[in-house]
Design a protein. Structure first.
Length: 401
């Protein structure tokens, strides 16, 4: 299947337009990383506490932010997540101390900040654990149980928590919801508990030292992948091919990270995984074009290198559009319908696939031609023909066959 047959687009003739496009987005991303938003590291890399909160009604971000400010958590990030109408909010608090007590304190500060006008002599039933409910019932003993009180109240506490979490979606809106349990137990719970308008669904804690280590490992993983690509392409083609591919991938990575900075989207471990995936994806597209250039160099020895490169790009254009187009549709669906957890990962893939496909045509090939023109201007021989090692290996394969 082919979308384009016998195309003759002068890609190299438009190289200055491509250069201007790349410069605009690269410089904008750099300026954002240096002067505006910086590199927006997620909690995985900077350390801190993530608190996932579900509200009974649609949450007011401004009111939540005001509550955080009053509690001394002005740096907290507030972000809606989940499906529309789920009333779920993610609160992200950076933490510079390394102890578990300091990190857990952020969670308690967030809960205290959200519990406005809460009675001091009662517990919050929406945020109470099964153990807290059981302990309270054992102390009050509303059913006047004897030796089996431990087992009975344990079951009742679990039933209350299951009804809250599984039937009511994690948030009880009225004490009347407790009518499903024994009336004496319900009356006792009303005396010792109150209902806030929210419930903490999950808490994730990452220490700053762990975040710093993960950040270092992510940078090393990216650097090693680029170095491995340079070595492979230098051996498989010529060194200039490897240099062109590495510059192209660096260009793709810079624009992708710059897009995260411009939009102030956090970079998490899943985003790093997406960037490493894009390095391989972009490199694959570039190798396809380079391989066709090498084949055409043997068939079109008397033609100009720029014409050969243009011909090669046009010959692989249909394959590039088909592969990139189908992949792009997949990651776009992931971005639109994959949920908040996959937003960063899928956003990196959407941007990266577009830029990676573009750079294989508009960046890698012009770098190759520019280098050869530079060598020709200085009277040096071109190095775009297959290396002697590669030619010899091909001849040995032909002889064996």
């Amino acid at each position: 299947m082919e979308f384009f047959r016998n195309t003759n687009i002068d890609f190299l003739g438009k190289k200055w337009y491509f250069l201007a496009f790349s410069l605009v987005f690269s410089v904008a991303g750099l300026f954002s990383m240096i002067f505006w938003h910086g590199i927006p590291y997620g909690v995985d890399f900077r350390g801190g506490t993530l608190v996932y909160v579900k509200f009974a009604q649609a949450p007011d971000d401004n009111a939540i932010r005001a509550s955080m400010n009053r509690a001394g958590l002005g740096s907290a990030r507030i972000q809606s997540y989940g499906q529309a109408g789920s009333n779920e909010v993610l609160i992200d608090v950076s933490e510079q101390e390394t102890s578990e007590q300091a990190l857990d304190r952020s969670k308690n500060q967030i809960i205290s900040a959200l519990q406005t006008n809460a009675p001091t002599d009662k517990q919050d039933l929406n945020n109470a654990s099964v153990l807290s409910i059981k302990t309270y019932l054992l102390q009050k003993d509303p059913l006047h149980l004897g030796s089996d009180a431990e087992q009975r109240y344990s079951g009742l506490a679990q039933a209350v928590a299951d009804y809250r979490d599984k039937t009511k979606g994690g948030v009880l809106t009225s004490m009347d919801d407790l009518k499903a349990v024994d009336p004496a137990v319900a009356a006792s719970l009303q005396e010792g508990f109150f209902l806030s308008n929210f419930a903490v669904r999950n808490v994730e804690i990452v220490g700053p030292q762990v975040g710093s280590q993960l950040r270092k490992q992510a940078l090393l993983a990216t650097a090693y992948s680029l170095a491995g690509m340079l070595i492979y392409l230098g051996f498989r083609f010529e060194f200039i091919y490897g240099v062109a591919a590495v510059i192209t991938v660096f260009h793709d990575t810079l624009i992708t990270v710059g897009a995260f900075s411009l939009m102030n989207k956090e970079i998490s471990l899943t985003v790093i995984a997406a960037i490493l995936t894009l390095i391989g994806y972009s490199n694959n597209d570039t190798i396809v074009v380079f391989d066709r250039i090498r084949e055409n160099l043997k068939l079109m020895r008397r033609e100009k290198l720029s014409d050969i490169v243009n011909r090669s790009i046009n010959q692989t254009l249909s394959r590039t559009i088909l592969t990139a187009g189908l992949t792009f549709l997949t990651v776009l669906a992931l971005y639109l319908f994959g949920g908040e957890v996959l937003k960063g990962f899928s956003f990196a893939l959407v941007i990266g696939i577009l830029i990676g496909t573009y750079s294989s045509i508009a960046i890698a090939a012009p770098i190759l031609v520019a280098y050869q023109d530079w060598r020709a201007d200085r009277g040096r021989p071109v190095v775009t023909l297959p290396s002697s090692k590669d030619t010899a290996s091909r001849e040995r394969v032909k002889t064996k066959v």
